[in-house]
Write a protein that binds this ligand. Structure first.
Ligand code: PLP
Length: 413
């Protein structure tokens, strides 16, 4: 099929307005192949992937060890029969218990970030017998009804009201506000260690640890939504590691599948899991915990260890950030701030219109970046953790040229 034919089908059978928007932004290509940090379209044009599938491609595209692990299961038994035990699920659960902080031990496998968040919310209510959930303004936890209720952006929430009862939102990074909002009826506080879709917002140091302390003092649980920050994105296994926080429940997804399979998990402490241990069928999933998915997860964690990707994420991220800061210094009329940690970086722009234009200019230069869902003023940069410094240099050079073009018209945007 030609790209035009594919887009015509998208327009007719998927969504006409989304198709037109993507075309307008210069995204009129059909992806055909991908490897490492490169996506190649059907016309043979190569794009450098600095978006990383919203944080899914920590290992880049088509990591051979993950592909091999998945292929092995594909030819043995790809999906679980749901009655007998399966080894990849057992081994991935053991590995996640080993790398997650504190007492996190038990796993419930699912297929997406939103599903992992749903699991956390239900398990927290079950464990505490309480209903209230405190989340942060501007948070993004996914778009299924429970996760959406925790999400802190009205644009996505309002059309679907009434949402779930008992949720409230406090300013992110403000522990005094948390102290006021959490009470004896609170089941859990749910936070991202760094707000991703909210605009790559790093909270003050110690915030997550303070949230843990406040929650525990009032008999509530701390849920860390590590769907985007987890699995090496910020230079450590999990975003919570930076604060030394030990959540009671953790939502993991995106990068866990190594960019090859959709895999998510709710990881919880024995205390948080007590209700599910008593009644294990209160929360189930047909696809969750399949052999291919779990083998992908296990291979991903092994590759991260073998290739020292946590350190690479921290080092390359720091290098990238320095380069971005130099561009921001050169063009203060376009970029207000560079923020983030590890390979989870954001450019905070002076106005919304600059985000769309910068994204389009970068795509014209065959580099994929995008703005964050809750904040179109922030261009997020979340490349594969394996990206070498030479490619980072090239991206920075093209970014500088694009920002220069934005600067020339910034007053008209
Ligand atoms: N939680 C966080 C922090 C996310 O960034 C996202 C997606 O961007 C989700 C949850 C939802 O994940 P999914 O799109 O896999 O449902």
């Amino acid at each position: 099929m030609t790209p035009e034919e594919v887009m015509a089908l998208y327009e007719k059978y998927i969504n006409p307005s989304a198709t037109r928007l993507f075309r307008f932004m210069g995204l009129a290509s059909v992806e055909a192949q991908a490897e490492g940090w490169t996506i190649t379209d059907t016309e043979g044009t190569e794009f450098i992937d600095c978006l990383g599938g919203y944080g899914m491609f920590a290992l880049g595209h088509k990591n051979p060890k993950v592909v091999e692990a998945v292929e092995r299961e594909l030819h043995a038994m790809p999906m679980c029969g749901k009655v007998l035990f399966n080894e990849p699920a057992a081994r991935l659960a053991e590995k996640l218990a080993a790398i997650t902080p504190g007492e996190l031990q038990y796993n419930f496998f699912c297929n997406s970030g939103a599903e992992a968040v749903e699991g956390c919310l239900k398990i927290a209510r079950l464990a505490t017998g309480r209903k209230k959930i405190v989340a942060a303004r501007n948070a993004f936890h996914g778009k299924t009804l429970g996760a959406l209720t925790a999400t802190g952006r009205d644009l996505y929430r309002d059309p679907f009201k009434p949402l779930l009862e008992g949720f409230s939102h406090v300013p992110f990074g403000d522990s005094a506000a948390l102290e006021k909002a959490v009470d004896e009826a609170t089941a859990a506080v749910i936070l991202e260690p760094i707000q991703g879709e909210g605009g790559i917002i790093v909270p003050p140091a110690g915030y997550l640890k303070q949230a843990e302390e406040i929650a525990h003092r009032k008999g509530a649980l701390l849920i860390a939504d590590e769907v985007q920050t987890g699995i090496g994105r910020t230079g450590t296994w999990f975003g919570a590691n930076h604060d030394g926080a030990t959540p009671d429940l953790m939502a993991v997804a995106k990068a866990l599948g190594g960019g090859v399979m959709p895999v998510g998990s709710v990881v919880g402490t024995p205390q948080a899991w007590a209700g599910l241990i008593e009644a294990p069928f209160l929360h189930t999933s047909t696809f969750g915990g399949g052999q291919m998915a779990c083998a992908a997860g296990l291979a991903t964690l092994q590759v991260i260890e073998e290739e020292n990707l946590l350190q690479r994420s921290a080092e390359t991220g720091a290098y990238f950030k320095k380069g971005l800061e130099a561009i921001a210094e050169e063009f203060p009329q376009v970029i207000t701030e560079v923020r983030g940690r590890g390979m989870m970086l954001g450019l905070y722009l002076v106005k919304e219109g600059a985000g769309g234009m910068l994204m389009a200019l970068m795509i014209n230069r065959h580099i994929i970046v995008a703005y964050t869902l809750n904040n179109p003023r922030v261009i997020r940069i979340e490349p594969p953790l394996i990206m070498p410094a030479s490619v980072v240099d090239h991206v920075l050079e093209e970014l500088r040229a694009s920002v220069r073009e934005v600067a020339a018209v910034i007053n008209d945007l």
